[in-house]
Ligand binder design. Structure first.
Ligand SMILES: O=C(O)C(=O)Cc1ccccc1
Length: 319
């Protein structure tokens, strides 16, 4: 990615939570921003060179991983995560002006928004049917088209504020008031973001087949090097039943010796392991590092082995 990206794309249209995440990126307000209709379209714009970076949702504190994103970055032309952004989420229920709560039978929104408002809907609009939407804002804007096959949408408060044709029927309808969604900024492979000391590394590890204990071996690469994991999810590769990959977030940067060593171990176990990036943590919280897994401990250990091998070359070993 160029030092100053000129074009960003994001899961649109305007008014999505993903756009709110993009606006947290310092230069986004001045840059060209192109809404994409789904996560795959956004990532393909980056792969094909039509955008320098894409903002997409990856994980929610209530609903877990955004599978569309996990799957899209695990395969295809390689991409790199260069930044993460956290956005606190609050939902409103909107309808065309004049529509009342008791008129509502069908509600559209993004799948993750629906999952986070399910209890509120059950309690307040029992029996309401869900109509899948590509995003919260797309669902809300669809109400204004006239031919919507649903009566209301769940979206961010900003959408209703900017659309006079929509009225808010209920606010703060999320079942978990503290819900936070994590978004990632994805670019083509290039220079890695610098180590900050509070970093995260994301990898995709296909599970080797017919190898008892393979998952244990994968986890062991991190455990023995004192690398903490903050997310691990299994996803089917889609090739055939029972074939899975693991999507993993680990604390630290590939420039940290313990992380580099763990990744090298993963590559030995599963050579198709994909490195998806090392980038600064949004909360800037660094994790503690035990002395024996510090960069200095790795350097000293390599030097020790090196000295033994050098001595051997000079014929200094015992017969
Ligand atoms: O649809 C949106 O507005 C998005 O940005 C995706 C999403 C949906 C629900 C919670 C967080 C992100």
């Amino acid at each position: 990615m160029p030092a100053t990206p000129v074009t960003y794309t994001f899961l649109g249209p305007e008014g999505t939570f993903t756009e709110a995440a993009l606006m947290q990126v310092p230069d986004a307000a001045q840059a060209t921003r192109i809404p994409a209709s789904n996560v795959n379209a956004a990532l393909d714009m980056v792969r094909d060179g039509f955008a320098d970076a894409a903002m997409v949702p990856i994980e929610n504190s209530v609903e877990g991983g955004v599978t569309a994103t996990l799957d899209a970055i695990a395969g295809g032309q390689e991409l790199r995560i260069i930044r993460e952004v956290l956005v606190p989420i609050s939902f409103v229920l909107v309808a065309r002006s004049g529509v009342e709560l008791e008129d509502i039978r069908r509600i559209s929104t993004h799948g993750h928004a629906w999952a986070q408002c399910r209890l509120w809907v059950e309690a307040n609009i029992p029996g309401a049917e869900y109509v899948a939407g590509s995003s919260t804002a797309a669902a809300a804007m669809g109400l204004l088209g006239g031919d919507a096959h649903y009566d209301a949408a769940i979206c961010a408060p900003i959408v209703a504020q900017e659309q006079p044709g929509l009225s808010v029927l209920a606010e703060n309808i999320g079942d978990n008031p503290g819900a936070v969604t994590r978004f990632i900024l994805v670019s083509r492979p290039g220079t890695l973001p610098e180590r900050t000391g509070a970093d995260k590394t994301t990898v995709v590890v296909p599970l080797p087949e017919d190898r008892p204990g393979a998952l244990m071996e994968i986890l062991d690469q991190f455990a023995t090097r004192g690398v903490n994991l903050s997310r691990i999810e299994s996803r089917p590769t889609g090739q055939y039943l029972g074939h899975y990959f693991f999507s993993i977030d680990a604390d630290g940067h590939i420039a940290d010796a313990r992380v580099a060593d763990a990744l090298a171990g993963l590559h030995r176990i599963s050579p198709a392991t994909r490195f998806l990036g090392s980038y600064g943590r949004a909360d800037a919280q660094s994790s503690s590092v035990a002395q024996h897994t510090s960069d200095e401990a790795f350097r000293a250990a390599h030097e020790w082995v090196g000295q033994i091998l050098q001595g051997n070359e000079r014929g200094l070993t015992m017969p």
